[in-house]
Design a protein around this ligand. Structure first.
Ligand code: PEP
Length: 308
């Protein structure tokens, strides 16, 4: 715990191990989740934004429907051989559900967490082909991706579906990664802000502040996914900052400043540093480049080097 005197002589106390102000970074501890954050003042007044920027980087690989069992386990071994510690960066891989068991077993004891790509909201029952939150927990999952643009576009998932799943995921103690993002046509029509704000508002409806602080968002412009086209750092930052502004209105400033917002869309070793250096970009959801250790690890390493 670190105490210091801030603006106007107020005394601040900040929990160890989080990115705070330049010069205020404390020794890392096991911050398994941002909800562990303790940040308070002896006088409650305006909170300088920088002092609330306590988010850990989070890099997750979405393997989608790629790799078979042997190649999945081999990839995990390559990642583990080269990533003994991840510093103040959370790292996860999200393999296809049929390989969660094998990948989870291979990851045991490593710094890399396990995530799923989808889930069904019901606890159990006659839902042929579906997988419940309890099953994911049973397999050792920590994260679940929800509302990926491919699920929205190909499988017809709506914001209401995402919201139903989100409630179930949070209730089960899993960490959701909720994806939002506009299509090329929506961007060209100038409706990016309306679309992204609408997706956030409806997907996150009914969440308590505590639940929101435990939810990861991934801004993924659809036109940048798997296309090799990346949003420029300025384009991505503009949307991330606007999402945080929206969260301030829907919840409050401290929740807005706590939520981890990843960027996704053709993130690669050569653009990771610039994207991740933006003030409101807290990590990456990586598709294609997560399928090989030589393209995924440099993204993790880029995040490890950045001090905000
Ligand atoms: C994704 O699928 O979430 C993604 C961002 O893919 P890619 O990195 O391949 O664009």
């Amino acid at each position: 715990m670190v105490s210091f005197t801030g603006l106007s002589g107020f005394k601040w106390t900040v929990a160890n191990g989080f990115r705070t102000n330049p010069g205020q970074t404390c020794p890392p501890v096991d911050n398994s989740h941002i909800s562990n954050i303790l940040l308070f003042t002896t006088n409650s007044l305006l909170v300088p934004r920088k002092l609330l920027a306590v988010r850990k980087f989070f890099i997750a690989g979405n393997w989608k429907m790629n790799l078979l069992r042997d190649s999945s386990v081999a990839l995990v071994h390559q990642l583990m051989d080269q990533l003994h510690s991840s510093g103040n960066v959370d790292v996860a891989v999200c393999p296809p559900s049929v390989y969660l068991h094998d990948v989870g077993a291979a990851l045991r004891g490593s710094v890399i967490h396990l995530g799923a790509q989808n889930v069904y909201h019901a606890a159990e029952g006659a839902f042929t082909g579906e997988i419940s939150c309890a099953m994911l927990r049973d397999l050792g999952c920590k994260y679940v991706i929800l509302g990926h643009s491919e699920r929205r576009a190909i499988f017809g998932e709506t914001d209401a579906d995402v919201n139903t799943k989100l409630q179930a995921v949070l209730k089960a103690g899993l960490t959701p990664i909720v994806c939002i993002g506009e299509t090329l046509a929506q961007r060209e029509a100038g409706s990016t802000q309306t679309v992204v704000r609408g997706q956030c508002t409806h997907s996150l409806a009914g969440l308590t502040s505590d639940q929101m602080a435990k939810t990861v968002l991934a801004y993924e412009p659809v036109w940048a996914i798997g296309t090799g086209k990346t949003a420029t750092p300025a384009q991505a930052e503009e949307v991330h900052a606007d999402i945080r502004e929206l969260l301030k209105g829907l919840f409050d400033a401290s929740v807005a400043n706590s939520v981890v917002i990843q960027y996704g869309g053709s993130v690669k070793a050569d653009n990771a540093n610039e994207l991740l250096s933006q003030p409101n970009i807290d990590g990456a959801l990586v598709g294609g480049a997560s399928l090989k250790s030589e393209s995924f690890l440099p993204i993790v390493q880029a995040a490890m080097k950045i001090k905000k």
